[in-house]
Design a protein. Sequence first.
Length: 223
Amino acid sequence: MTKSILEVDSVQKRYDGKSIVSDVYLKCETGDIIGVLGRNGSGKSTLLKIIFGIVEADFKFVRVDAVVRSKTSKLLNQISYLPQDNFIPNSFSIKKTIALSITKDKLEEFHADEMIQSMLNKKIKHLSGGELRYLEIKLILNNASKFVLLDEPYNGLSPIMIEKINVLITEISIAKGIIITDHNYENVIKVSTRLALMKEGKMHHLKGKSELVEKGYLKSGMI
């Protein structure tokens, strides 16, 4: 299988004169799970929104398979984005939501998930926060895009659901490139093939998780 490559280069963003994202470079190939860690305000979520195109950067290059994609409309089939906030209308039924998001050839496999089966006859408004987040993540991971950006996917999930999501992420990464950011650093570390640290708007590409301590993100003994 030929690998696809997402490259994000020279990303810069300032708010009110303050640098939020400063000259960031990130490369993600299909098969990669890149964990982007950092404290609140370090620029993680802003970076994902810039890559997807819902926040305008002062400067950026986004390339997919060496082709520059300057318009967000050109990225919609290439990159999927899971926002921190829920995005499915409350009035939708689960069956309708899945039918709108998943291709027919994948429906049977999607429905085979026990957690999905337990939701099928409900509406979005009847789901718990954890159930809804699980559904959203599974929908995003199973669409046709080559790359997936996950912003705080573990928020509101029980430990059992987190384990299920980690398995899904690992399985899907065979065919997709995944970038994940979450304050649940233990699970980000567990599922990622590579780690990066956002600090004061700059991205530090790490050789191993021990650098999270060296660079002051974690204290000794936390990993």
